[in-house]
Design a protein around this ligand. Sequence first.
Ligand code: ATP
Length: 138
Amino acid sequence: TERSLVLIKPDGVARGNIGEIIGRIERKGLTFAAIELKTVSEDLAGSHYAEHKEKPFFGSLIEFITSGPVVAAVVEGPRAIAAFRQLAGGTDPVEKAVPGSIRGDLALETGENLVHGSDSAESAQREIALWFPNLASS
Ligand code: ATP
């Protein structure tokens, strides 16, 4: 079994899409090891998105992710990382995410693409430690 860090970003919470997104995760067969509504500090946002520090969109990314509460979750199951990224769809909701995916069905803009999911085992380990420091790893 594998774990992935999943975020429902502020746009998803504000638009009332928490239930829709959690439902899709559960329908896929993944389970929740942790889940929490959380306001994101600038520090946490900067650490989470450290790999994008030099990107032109870094400032707006931090502003967006700290703009309102997010749902942070640890999702668990066989190949959970790839499974959630399949559910989410590609980063650009129009050009990359296919219909049937969360972004493909529910989002329009790359900057407001509803969800985040860890992209590798290494990222998942780093991100779970960052968002859920009290969760024992396994
Ligand atoms: P996430 O890490 O949130 O799951 P991702 O792995 O699909 O998304 P990344 O390339 O890691 O995509 O980018 C992280 C986030 O930064 C994206 O989800 C998006 O919100 C934002 N982002 C990426 N590229 C752009 C861009 N060109 N313009 C605006 N925002 C962007």
